[in-house]
Design a protein around this ligand. Structure first.
Ligand SMILES: *Cc1c(COP(=O)(O)O)cnc(C)c1O
Length: 433
């Protein structure tokens, strides 16, 4: 009925998530409010893990890309589910550390990691540092030498495949700020160099071809390109690459128009391709890593708002103002992302109106969506925006000095706060008189 399967309507006609009444949740915790369904998050983790077991003999690891939604609670959940995690900054790494996440299952990404961030990763024996460029490689080797360690690294490769939602191009897409290019020989030179460096252990190669990808073809194509490169490294340098990280980007259903393939079919198809190309290249089957972010977190979350005002502009449009906006969900102003909206206290009724949902920030473009079908909507209603579990809280800001909403997690029909609501004093906590 809705884009996410954990949503329903109860006897009072209220929207429910994970079996709990969203109107009651809004009353109990206030709005704006992020609500995440832990049971669904865990189910997504299991489906990725099981697909690796079923189609690839368990020789791989699903790493949750924690930039999608990061807080201590989520790293605990990922640990309990036996997942790996990706981090992209010292802040995400520190949060994982403080949540007790095992560092050998961490991939550390980023195109410009600072010395402090690299030191934190080295000191804590992060399992895979994904090196983006030659300067980082040299710096990391020096830092590892000083610490008397060897850094385990992967290289971020641009495989020349650029995937978007409904199509992908196989160009030599080298115009990207991230990674080493294949076509120019840059990647091959970096591999040669890494093999020779005494404090670097090159364990694998990594690529990430896009986000919200709804097909499998681009992933198969990327795997093929990467494995031919691994074959070349073996043939010409006699060096065997152990790990192949195929990145994330698995699409989700934001609106009825999105039709993502079931997650386990990614591994089914990609495993076949990997086995075929490995046989052709006469190389060992690599240990495979995949990095789902959005697909784990997004469908599990919703955001609840209270409607504060409505402006009907005749023959133009109707603005519905909510108590949040681009500060808690900047995806419309950034990408014109589409969402499904539901009047939570009137969820059983048909969606007869079409409205523009406006945020409260001082910015004309601060909208959650335009032409959004909703039920009859009135001031005081609770409005739910669906599938906001990824790239909402993690991209939230304090623009206009608006405190960030709390995150409430639901498990087995019980709700609990995993991130507290910011207070006005939180807003000024770093201000110096
Ligand atoms: C963003 C990112 C991911 C996750 O992408 P999703 O679209 O959220 O699945 C995985 N790996 C890397 C390197 C990324 O930058």
């Amino acid at each position: 009925m809705y884009v996410s399967k954990n949503l329903d309507v109860n006897a009072e006609g209220h929207l429910t998530i994970g079996g709990l009444d969203t109107v009651s949740l809004a009353k109990e915790y206030g709005t704006p409010l992020y609500v995440m369904d832990e049971d669904l998050i865990r189910e997504h983790c299991r489906s990725f893990k099981e697909s690796i077991d079923r189609y690839y003999g368990g020789a791989g690891l699903a790493c949750y890309a924690s930039k999608a939604f990061s807080c201590k609670a989520i790293y605990k959940i990922m640990n309990e589910e036996g997942m790996g995690v990706d981090v992209v900054s010292g802040g995400e790494l520190y949060t994982a550390l403080k949540a007790g996440f095992p560092m050998d299952r961490v991939c550390f990404h980023g195109n410009n990691k600072t010395d402090d961030e690299l030191a934190l990763a080295l000191e804590n024996n992060v399992g895979r540092i994904v090196v983006d460029n030659i300067f980082e490689l040299e710096r990391l080797n020096e830092m590892a030498e000083k610490q008397g360690r060897t850094a385990k690294i992967m290289f971020r490769i641009k495989p020349g495949i650029d995937a978007h939602t409904h199509n992908f191009v196989r160009t030599g897409q080298i115009d990207s700020k991230v990674g080493f290019a294949l076509e120019t020989g840059e990647a091959f030179e970096a591999v040669k160099k890494a093999i020779a460096l005494p404090h670097i252990e090159l364990v694998g190669l990594h690529c990430h071809i896009g986000s919200q990808i709804l097909d499998i073809d681009p992933f198969e194509c990327a795997a093929e390109v990467m494995l031919h490169f691994i074959g070349k490294i073996k043939k010409e340098l006699g060096y065997e690459i152990r790990d192949l990280n195929l990145g994330g980007g698995f699409g989700i259903k934001y609106t009825e128009g999105d039709n993502p393939v079931p997650y386990d079919s990614y591994m089914e198809k990609v495993s076949e391709k990997v086995k075929a190309v490995c046989a052709e290249e006469d190389i060992r089957l690599p240990y495979i890593l995949i990095e789902p972010g959005r697909s784990i977190a997004a469908p599990a979350g919703i955001t609840l708002y209270t409607v504060g005002g409505i402006k009907h502009i005749p023959n133009i449009r109707t603005y519905v103002s909510i108590d949040g906006g681009m500060c808690d969900n900047p995806r419309y102003i950034l990408y014109q992302s589409e969402y499904e909206a539901v009047v939570a206290n009137r969820a059983a009724e048909p969606r007869t109106e079409s409205v523009t949902i406006a945020g409260k920030c001082c910015e004309t473009g601060d909208l959650i969506g335009e032409g959004m079908p909703v039920q009859k909507i009135e001031v005081g209603d609770t409005l739910a925006i669906l599938a906001t579990g990824a790239y909402n809280y993690s991209m939230s800001s304090n623009y206009n000095r608006i405190p960030k909403p709390p995150v409430v997690m639901i498990k087995d029909g019980q709700s609990r706060v995993v991130v507290k609501r910011e207070t006005l004093d939180d807003i000024i906590r770093n201000d110096v008189d």
